[in-house]
Design a binder for this molecule. Structure first.
Ligand code: MTE
Ligand code: MO
Length: 578
């Protein structure tokens, strides 16, 4: 990372070594001011600089491999772009801006604007100095609050001081009020608020994944950016009248549990488990040949801590006796989310997974230490560690022990794998088993495709995640910088950075992903790197090297070696740009 600071006119202002250390540690430095602007008060010369500094800054950022603004704030762009004139002058006498005005400023070219507590800030000049790098651009055009909530380092006075230097106006009263949602007949109108960093695949139903480069910032994915995969509107469930029905246990009796009973009658059990959608990385299959399904990138996967009652304990309470029930049976789950015909989401898992002491299947009422968020199944969801996301039924209403698998569309006619030779004319969904355990997986979260690495940096840091289904532990991740000709072994991380690593899970119960990282010297003379990763689990399962042989019409189980191309920028070019 370049540790240069710039005056507002973009004159470089040197940093002392001690200041560099301070900056990296997140400490406040006085705003950089060059000799010709010393003595000016902040804001005074803001308007006097023409577009020149913006162009210069754009060049500077291109040289440091900046990721430019993301397509956020979908809903906001749909609104009319009229500027609302405020009748009452605000106390600060700074201009009033509408949210639409702010939303237009999402790139270094257009200026990078953000809002915080009703004020508007033009932070374009700060972007290159942000200790967290380009991630600041994720907030461009919108509110800072949701991002500061993710990165606690911001809740310090000096951060507010830095921000105050960049204040340019106030947000219109109308837009401040717009935070409250409007009621309508739309079945999705009661869906919860979502984090603006999420990349939306489909708004209704809501399907979204976090930007890959923030996914690997946390071992435990914050719930707000945990990928969200809904087939239907989020149901409104009243925790007081909620009942969980349990039926079909041979020799037993139907059971109906309140939320309170679920929490108090059964021991609370906590499991850290990764959830992955069967369609994760589907977009790579689409490049080979069109598939049907949401165009997921590499982040339809996240890791959380789940707490709740063991499914096994609840089945025992409903009269489950191992000697009575055939081990070939299934446990079906029904969600409380339904379509216009009243059909609910449903799925099933094999009974032996459900009742196994080592299966760790939970009826979870907490995620990351808090009540389940609405999007993740409030008040109760099934967590089936090691098993495809689709079987982890949210807003759980009913559990049925049965000789049959769930008859739901998603169990019978979806979430199954086929040969690349099978097409929509020949596919017979009955011929393939429902996906349960997922295969070995890994992907590169950093750098992003098309990023620029500077030659002067001398080395490159590659980060990613790796996970395998069925409780199989990831034992190694190999990384190549040359398209797979030569390999290096990455460092694995199985807890939050800086924390004592958790003890290895018992064999067959490795439910959580591992993050990984490799810092390697830049290969001399290479102008482009093709970074590749592949993981190995403790059954020595490895990922296939390419997508075509595993292509399938639904685009599921996409787990080929992940490849990312980046450009190496030589120093001379960098100088020219500056
Ligand atoms: N009731 C219900 N449960 C559901 C779904 C759903 O749409 N409704 N989607 C499933 C799918 S396909 C996935 S990948 C996971 C996603 O869980 P998440 O949104 O908590 O990430 O939930 C599963 N459980
Ligand atoms: Mo899924």
């Amino acid at each position: 990372m370049l540790l240069l600071r710039h005056c507002r006119c973009l004159t470089r202002v040197g940093l002392l070594k001690t200041q560099r250390v301070q900056l990296l540690q997140g400490a406040a430095l006085p705003v950089a001011v060059c000799s010709s602007h010393r003595g000016h008060k902040s804001g005074q010369y803001q308007r006097s600089h023409g577009p020149n500094w913006r162009h210069a800054l754009a060049g500077l950022l291109a040289g440091t491999g900046a990721v430019l603004a993301y397509g956020l704030h979908h809903s906001q762009t749909e609104q009319a772009a009229t500027t609302i004139v405020q009748p009452i002058a605000p106390a600060s006498s700074l201009p009033i801006y509408t949210q639409d005005e702010v939303t237009k400023h999402r790139s270094v070219e257009e200026g990078v604007w953000v809002t915080y507590k009703g004020s508007v800030y033009d932070i374009t000049e700060f972007v290159s100095m942000h200790p967290g790098g380009d991630k600041i651009l994720l907030a461009a055009g919108g509110a800072l609050e949701p991002f500061w909530a993710l990165y606690a380092v911001h809740s310090q006075d000096h951060v507010l001081e830095i921000l105050s230097e960049y204040k340019v106006g106030e947000l219109s009263a109308e837009d401040r009020r717009k935070q409250q949602s409007v009621k309508s007949t739309d079945p999705y109108s009661t869906d919860p608020e979502r984090h603006p960093a999420l990349r939306i695949n489909s708004l209704k139903p809501f399907n979204a994944e976090p930007p890959a480069e923030i996914l690997s910032d946390n071992y435990i994915t914050p719930s707000a950016i945990f990928f969200k995969r809904n087939h239907l509107p989020v149901p409104q469930v009243d925790p007081k009248s909620y009942r969980l029905q349990v039926e079909g246990v041979p020799g037993g009796a139907p059971l109906s549990l309140s939320l309170e009973e679920l929490k108090t009658r059964f021991p609370k059990h906590t499991v850290t488990a990764t959830l992955q959608c069967a369609g994760n990385r589907r977009s790579e299959m689409n490049k080979v040949k069109q598939v049907k399904g949401l165009n997921w990138g590499i982040a339809a996967i996240s890791n959380a801590t789940w707490s709740g009652a063991r499914l096994k304990d609840v089945l025992l309470a409903a009269g489950y006796m191992p000697e009575v029930v055939r081990q070939t049976s299934h446990v079906q789950f029904e969600g409380l989310d339904s379509d216009v015909t009243g059909t609910t989401y449903g799925a099933s898992i094999p009974l032996n997974k459900a009742v196994s002491e080592e299966g760790d299947v939970l009826l979870a009422y907490q995620m990351n230490g808090e009540d389940l968020p609405a999007d993740h199944g409030y008040p109760v969801r099934v967590v089936v560690p090691g098993t495809v996301g689709a079987r982890n039924v949210k807003w759980l209403g009913k559990i049925i022990v049965s000789e049959e698998e769930s008859s739901s569309h998603w169990q019978q006619n979806d979430y199954k794998g086929f040969s690349p030779a099978t097409d929509w004319d020949t596919v017979d969904f009955k011929s393939a088993p429902a996906i349960q355990e997922l295969p070995i997986q890994s992907a590169i979260t950093q750098p992003a495709e098309g990023a620029v690495v500077e030659r002067s940096a001398e080395e490159v840091t590659v980060k990613g995640y790796a996970w395998s289904g069925g409780g199989r532990e990831v034992v190694r991740v190999d990384v190549s910088l040359d398209g797979g000709r030569t390999w290096q072994v990455a460092q694995l991380q199985s807890s939050e950075k800086g924390q004592v690593p958790a003890p290895s899970p018992p064999p067959g119960r490795a439910w959580a992903w591992k993050l990984w990282e490799l810092t390697a010297p830049l290969p001399p003379a290479a102008q482009e790197l093709e970074i590749v990763c592949k993981a190995v689990d403790n059954s020595y399962n490895m990922q296939p090297d390419s997508v075509a042989p595993i292509w399938n019409l639904r685009g599921v189980l996409s787990n080929a070696w992940h490849r990312v191309k980046v450009t190496v920028k030589e120093d001379e070019e960098e100088q020219k740009l500056l």
